[in-house]
Design a protein around this ligand. Structure first.
Ligand SMILES: NC(=O)c1ccc[n+]([C@@H]2O[C@H](COP(=O)([O-])OP(=O)(O)OC[C@H]3O[C@@H](n4cnc5c(N)ncnc54)[C@H](OP(=O)(O)O)[C@@H]3O)[C@@H](O)[C@H]2O)c1
Length: 218
């Protein structure tokens, strides 16, 4: 098993991917601003994980790992922006993706997995999706081997509110109204997203996977 570079390995999805990937024999280099400060104790000092503390908008030390890794997963993102705190969709979606994609152009054989989204539902700004689609376009233009995963809402007990909200969305999505916006964020389990990330980060070729039920897709 090879080494995987994961951006945002300390987050909700990231920790689950690392946990499952370790069982499959992968080694991980996780890059995030907080390194391993907020990760679960069983992962904090795990011998198969190196935690790198770096803001990729400011530094590029992580590029030194590229010659030795077999796949890249990008989980950097943000659901609600706060421009007063410089937390915008550009700084959390488009720019980080741009930085990673430009670096990966020098390593055309490394598969790249990008966590996008299928829709926004009634709660999240359309700007979120616009930035995700913008990032997708750059990936498609610049890389040979990539997977774009488009889930609705991701549910897992590691984020307890997602379980309640996910159940509510399932019920609301069922209501047969015209243009039911809950359908575009129909929940996907963290287990499914994790499994797909680990499977597709080892695949060559290019894939875009919509992870909501077919009858709810536009
Ligand atoms: N959760 C969902 O329901 C859902 C649904 C659809 C799509 N997605 C997408 O899936 C991805 C992962 O979601 P998530 O819920 O796991 O997010 P999350 O918990 O907020 O994780 C984001 C990760 O990115 C890191 N990060 C942010 N800015 C960074 C920077 N400049 N440099 C380095 N690392 C940075 C964060 O760590 P630091 O803060 O320490 O830097 C954190 O580890 C996102 O792109 C999201 O849009 C999520």
């Amino acid at each position: 098993m090879g080494s995987l570079l994961i951006f945002g390995g300390s987050g909700f999805l990231g920790q689950q991917i690392i946990q499952e990937g370790i069982k499959q024999g992968h080694h991980f280099i996780s890059v995030s601003r907080s390194g391993n400060q907020h990760v679960a104790s069983q992962l904090k000092f795990h011998p198969q994980v190196s935690w790198v503390e770096e803001d990729i908008l400011l530094h590029n030390q992580w590029e030194q790992y590229l010659p030795h890794i077999h796949g890249v997963i990008n989980l950097i993102g943000l659901l609600k922006e706060n421009p007063n705190k410089h937390r915008t969709y550009e700084t959390y979606i488009t720019h980080p993706n741009h930085i990673i994609v430009q670096a990966l152009k020098n390593y055309p054989n490394i598969p790249y997995v990008f966590l996008s989204a299928y829709g926004t539902g009634p709660f999240i700004s359309q700007r979120y999706l616009l930035n995700k689609r913008h990032a997708e376009l750059e990936i498609k233009k610049e890389l040979n081997h990539y997977t774009i995963l488009r889930p609705g809402m991701v549910t897992g007990r590691q984020r307890p509110s997602s379980i309640f909200l996910g159940s509510l969305i399932k019920v609301l999505a069922f209501i047969p109204t015209k243009n039911n916006r809950f359908r575009e964020v129909y929940p996907t389990s963290i287990h499914k997203v994790t499994t797909l990330c680990l499977e597709y980060v080892q695949k060559t070729g290019h894939y875009t996977l919509n992870l909501i039920p077919k009858n709810y897709q536009n």
